[in-house]
Design a protein around this ligand. Structure first.
Ligand code: MOS
Length: 742
């Protein structure tokens, strides 16, 4: 059978053994002597001023070392809004300055840090603080606030073409869509251990997607050189975007450790993970789409509002895909953010596009029924031959191959064109599909390659691996380039002292870092060839460029019999090791002349019980054009994870507020529903696996985001196909299906 991307025997993931044996050390697990433990005390009002904090009882509690709040927080250079000369401080901390002032900006905001000898003692003492507040009126209800246009920030708008195209469209559909707040919910809690080595020098163990970014942020906080801050993040237990920023735990641990002159660990609790590490913002969208009688799109109007906090402006590309995923002359988008008295949202897997594609792809599906066309055929009809927004040619776009494979693998031929017309064992059957798209970017990176005396290769870069398999993929790139077995290559990451690597985000790590690894290997091969000509008598008169590097050594292309291993070559050349540090500059001139995107197309089969309206997803086929697939197993796992996340978004996830107090009411895994094992169906993954010829020398585009984007719409579309009811307010529950009119 053709490979439908079942797990292949490509060797274990590079970090598999460490992870399954518990050897992998996560941020909070590092053993540090003389460690004290910090626990946040959080506000119990949504907005106002702290009037008083009575620490007397807590300070007397066993093991308590200090209680830090705005009342006694030392002056922190990065907290100062202004410099001594009165000008704005350009190095100010990005984000809320925890323990800084008496303002309460959202319910559950950390306002004091209780530091004690043990975590238990800190927890116990944290209950003894007596805090009084002066409350102010607040607003947490997005769906109420959005109805008053004056409350939102001015829009960012985009328009092309002629509005009358839409007005005169032969067929039109319009709909409003809402998506509640969704939370990353990784296994690993956000945690920081800060260890001051000297007055101006510290080591920080932190859960971060960007060791270099975190290093810079902490250096600016204390106005010390970057090199005086060492950030270590050996392993990350999932993140999905919530470790792209440094949250309250980072400054709190560093400030407390300095103040008490001892290492301090601050680890967020699971409930705190629900509002102290960002989330996918809540959104409302309106989508209008019109087509001519043949199904050709003539107008798309996409309007969106998403929430931000009162103290920061968070925006994402919620309407962007509507501008370029399909060919359409007239497109109008309008996006506003709406500040509420809640914590700041952040990037969460597929940020922007995941919400936007729910509206766009649901609407296209609806249009297909009005036109009585197959929804895949409708998308093929409107395939964009080049990017209609930038007018640039795609670097590659194999969406049509995704459609072909997806249809075959899900058995699309079984799909009823008339909703609600097919049953299996008394359950309604529905098939749905939807697309995902995300930018395929590439940025700067630096990689050090060290060929050791024994012929083993060590690669190093200051990145972190939150789970996609960066370590494995980088090792594979080097293995394929140097024709060196995988077990002779190791990749060291997770330390800010290594050559600077990118923050892991936006599905760019493989493209960015992989290019640097590739270039480092090319440079290494060049050095080996030169070394061989200079030191091996048999190669003396040969042109270095004709030598072949493979199987851990060098041979001559004309005489394969002459072979010297890399280890022998180093010995002969009197080199204890060969070291190369290679920079990769990011986006090239060629890329700038192209639209670089990754694409996915997801196919779903659902069963809906006609009596209870219970939804069972029975099969998912997920296909992607992500360029060349570097590591088949880890790429496949990315896609499976995207499906799980998509099922969560479609059917389960919703953060809930009590708008009377402003508190989150389901900040736990008991109250915040995520998909469980029985909710995950048989899933088939398929990749086009054709190298992108433009984006980088390795041909790989990004994968993390498109694995998720579009999934929720594919599920909603399948539910419509089964029932004839379209739920536009996520998550889709039996209650909402019952209420849905058509
Ligand atoms: Mo991703 S939302 O860029 O971690």
């Amino acid at each position: 059978m053709e490979n439908n991307w079942l797990p292949v025997n490509e060797g274990p993931r590079a970090d598999a053994l460490d992870k399954v044996t518990g050897k992998a050390t996560y941020a909070a697990e590092h053993r540090v002597s003389n460690l004290a433990h910090g626990v946040f005390v959080c506000s119990t009002i949504a907005k106002g001023i702290i009037q008083s904090i009575d620490e007397a009882a807590a300070l007397k509690a066993e093991g308590v070392i200090d209680i830090i709040s705005y009342k006694n927080c030392p002056a922190i250079p990065g907290y100062a809004p202004q410099l001594a000369d009165g000008t704005r401080n350009p190095k100010q901390w990005w984000g809320m300055k925890v323990l800084y002032d008496n303002q309460v900006r959202f319910y559950g905001q950390p306002i004091a840090l209780v530091v004690a000898e043990t975590l238990e003692q800190a927890n116990a003492a944290s209950l003894l603080l007596k805090i009084t507040y002066q409350k102010e009126s607040f607003e947490t209800d997005f769906n109420l606030a959005r109805k008053d246009p004056s409350k939102a920030k001015p829009p960012s708008t985009y328009s092309r073409g002629n509005a009358s195209n839409y007005e005169q469209a032969a067929v039109k559909v319009e709909g409003e869509f809402t998506i509640p707040i969704e939370v990353h919910s990784p296994m690993e809690l956000q945690a920081t251990i800060a260890v001051w080595e000297a007055e101006d020098k510290l080591t920080v163990y932190d859960k971060t997607q960007g060791p270099k970014a975190t290093q810079g942020a902490i250096a600016r906080l204390f106005n010390i050189p970057d090199k005086n801050v060492r950030v270590i993040v050996d392993y990350v237990g999932g993140a999905f975007g919530n470790a792209l920023r440094n949250w309250h735990n980072v400054p709190a641990a560093c400030i407390a450790a300095k103040k008490i002159n001892r290492p301090v660990k601050v680890i967020l609790t699971r409930p705190q993970m629900f509002n102290l590490t960002g989330y996918r913002p809540q959104s409302w969208q309106q989508l209008k789409i019109g087509a001519d009688a043949t199904g050709k799109f003539v107008g798309i109007i996409h309007t969106a509002i998403s929430n931000t906090s009162r103290y920061e402006e968070f925006r994402e590309g919620i309407v962007n895909a509507s501008r370029f995923l399909y060919a359409c002359d007239y497109v109008d988008t309008n996006y506003r953010i709406l500040p509420l008295d809640v914590s700041t949202p952040t990037w969460m897997r597929g940020p922007g596009e995941a919400s936007g594609c729910f509206a766009l792809e649901s609407s296209i599906d609806q249009l297909s029924y009005v036109l009585n066309m197959d929804p895949v055929e409708l998308r093929i009809k409107n395939f964009a031959e080049k990017n209609p927004e930038s007018k640039l040619p795609w670097s590659s776009n194999y969406l049509k191959e995704c459609y072909d494979k997806g249809r075959t693998l899900i058995n699309w031929a079984n799909r009823p064109q008339k909703p609600g017309s097919l049953q299996e064992n008394g359950w309604l059957v529905g098939y749905g599909m939807a697309n995902g798209v995300f930018g395929a970017g590439r940025s700067q990176a630096s990689v050090r390659a060290i060929l050791q005396a024994n012929g083993n290769l060590v690669l190093q870069s200051a990145v972190s691996d939150m789970g996609p398999g960066t370590t494995t993929a980088m090792t594979k790139i080097a293995s394929e380039n140097l024709l060196l077995p995988l077990d002779k290559i190791s990749f060291k990451l997770g330390d800010s002292e290594l050559p600077p690597g990118p923050t892991q985000g936006g599905s760019t790590t493989t493209s960015t870092l992989g290019t640097a690894v590739y270039l480092a290997c090319e440079a290494l091969k060049k050095s080996l060839r030169t070394l061989a000509v200079e030191n091996v008598p048999a190669f003396k008169n040969l042109d270095a460029s004709t030598l072949v590097i493979k199987e851990g050594g060098v041979s001559a292309s004309i005489d394969k019999e002459v072979f010297i291993s890399n280890a022998d070559l180093l010995k002969l050349g009197n080199k204890p090791f060969l070291e190369i540090t290679q920079d990769s500059q990011g986006t090239s001139a060629m890329e700038l002349k192209h639209a670089t995107n990754s694409f996915s197309s997801h196919f779903v089969k659902v069963l809906v019980n006609p009596k209870t309206l219970k939804i069972k997803i029975t099969e998912v086929v997920t296909t992607a054009d992500a360029g060349k697939i570097i590591s088949e197993n880890t790429a496949r796992s990315q896609m499976l994870g995207g499906v799980v996340g998509g099922i969560g978004m479609a059917l389960f996830e919703e953060l809930k507020f009590d708008h009377y107090t402003g508190a989150i009411t389901n900040a736990s895994f008991a109250g915040y529903q995520v998909p469980l094992h029985p909710d995950i169906p048989k899933t088939t993954v398929w990749f086009v696996n054709k190298p992108d010829p433009i984006i980088n020398p390795i041909g790989a585009k990004g994968l993390g985001e498109i694995a998720f984007i579009g999934l929720a719409a594919a599920i909603a579309n399948a539910v419509y196909n089964a029932t004839g009811k379209r739920v536009r307010n996520l998550p889709i529950t039996p209650e909402k299906l019952k209420e849905a009119k058509i």
